[in-house]
Design a protein around this ligand. Structure first.
Ligand SMILES: [Zn+2]
Length: 453
């Protein structure tokens, strides 16, 4: 049996250093033991003892880190479907099945940015315990929301749905309690619903769901307990107040203004835009000539336009951007689109492909504190989480959305199982039930019915 692998090709190590054109990476067991120019390969790493992978035109790079997925969401089509349908036990099993698809897309680590119940923690632990295949995961728990946050989107006269990926927190004392409760439940991060969402309200997104004082309470307690503090912040003020309070991660940040950029810089915040969700919805609407059934086209358009205008300014000013897919909603199914935001960074945020790869590997390790300095870079001592790509993603970033172009995906030094999961059946209880998506009007002239939305 070989001791490990010698992988030759253009080495892109995940940092911003210039790639090694003819490089080699050696793995032994689950770790990387050597990286460098192939001419300098030490004699001890002999083909025969190590399996040699040496094909022309290949790039060797770290596995992708997707910094925003929802493994428990099951490709839900709406907040209602997520909050109301599918028993939690089935959601957990389904999440486990989906985790393998994420890994098979070359995503060797991921951050789960809000879960139903404690599904994400269990998936993370089942993978780490070597029971099932999936990416290494760090997770936040249920999103903390108040009545103005995205997650409290249901009428006041009904009870907050227990299946929602959030917990309703009404008082400041309860914020501290909710954080301590979730930390006991094993989260790596706290996620807060700091603003509403284009998906929920077509209103303009200026305000903030929580006050500065509340963000400060959350950030202080979360950090005191050694966890990462993250916020769903699409609106101008939620970005500013959370950044000022010391949050580590701002999700979305589409409506960030100059003051917000300054505060994000000063407080060393990371922005994870997760634009694939909105961009894919818009493309789906376009490709189906408006019959995709989305409820807020113009608000999505406005937000994408704002993000394309504002986020490159933040990046240029020095605020790090890290890619996330929002995988778990129906517009962004598992195992697809995970590297789409890297393409968006190149197309719209002013990044070079190398910078986008850095953002989606080493740059993303800040959300994976759990794995310390173990992932994100091709470097001796780190886990051998490695892609061998047929082609050069520093010239064509879209290659990273095509797992068929990955000759090898290693996680912890072992090639992963590439067998695609069998297509699955969907149960009636996973979906909300509609008689018709529209109203069936009587047309007197023809005497027949006409479906109108
Ligand atoms: Zn999300």
């Amino acid at each position: 049996m070989s001791k490990g692998y010698i992988l030759k090709g253009k080495v892109v190590d995940g940092s911003l250093a210039a790639p090694i054109e003819r490089g080699a990476v050696v793995s032994e067991g689950e770790r990387i033991v050597w990286v460098g120019d192939e001419k300098a390969l030490p004699a001890q790493y002999r083909p025969g003892e190590y399996e040699l992978v040496d094909l022309p035109g290949r790039t060797v790079m770290p596995g992708i880190i997707d910094a925003h997925i929802h493994i428990s969401f099951g490709e839900a089509r709406s907040e209602e479907e997520l909050a109301l349908y599918t028993p939690v036990e089935y959601r957990t099993l389904r999440a486990m099945w989906n985790a393998k698809k994420v890994l098979q897309a070359g995503v060797t680590s991921a951050f789960d940015a809000a879960t139903v119940n404690n599904v994400a923690q269990s998936v993370r632990d089942a993978i780490d315990a070597d029971m099932y295949d999936g990416p290494r995961m760090a997770v936040s728990g249920r999103q903390l929301t108040n009545h103005q946050g995205l997650e409290d989107s249901f009428p006041n006269e009904m009870q907050f749905p227990p299946g929602q990926a959030a917990v309703l927190v009404k008082t400041r004392d309860d914020l501290v309690e909710a954080i301590r409760y979730q930390v006991k439940d094993g989260v790596d991060a706290i996620k807060v619903s700091g603003s509403n969402d284009s998906l929920i309200t077509p209103d303009s997104l200026d305000g903030s769901a929580m006050s500065y004082e509340e963000y400060k309470i959350i950030a202080d307690e979360t950090h005191r307990l050694g966890k990462i503090c993250t916020v769903h912040a699409r609106s101008r003020d939620s970005i500013k107040e959370a950044a000022k309070a010391g949050f580590d991660v701002l999700f979305h940040a589409s409506y960030i203004d100059d003051e917000g950029i300054e505060l994000a810089l000063k407080n060393k915040c990371l922005i994870i835009p997760t634009l694939p969700l909105l961009v894919n919805i818009l493309e789906a609407i376009e490709s189906t000539e408006g019959t995709a059934g989305a409820s807020a086209t113009s608000a999505f358009r406005r937000e994408v336009d704002a993000a394309i205008e504002n986020l490159p300014r933040a990046y240029k000013a020095g605020v790090p951007l890290v890619p996330g897919s929002e995988s778990g909603w129906s517009p962004v199914p598992y195992g697809q689109w995970h590297a789409r935001e890297m393409q968006i960074f190149v197309d719209w945020m002013g990044m070079t492909p190398l910078e986008a790869i850095h953002a989606g590997t080493l740059g993303a390790t800040r959300v994976l504190k759990r794995f310390g300095r173990d992932v994100g870079k091709l470097e001796a001592g780190r886990f051998a989480d490695i892609l061998v790509v047929n082609g050069d993603p520093t010239k064509d970033i879209t290659l990273l959305q095509k797992p068929a172009k990955f000759d090898w995906i290693f996680k912890g030094g072992a090639p992963i199982d590439r067998t695609p999961p069998k297509p699955r059946r969907q149960w009636w209880y996973e979906r909300h039930k509609m008689f018709l998506n529209g109203v069936f009007h009587y047309d007197a002239a023809s005497g027949k019915g006409v479906l109108k939305r």
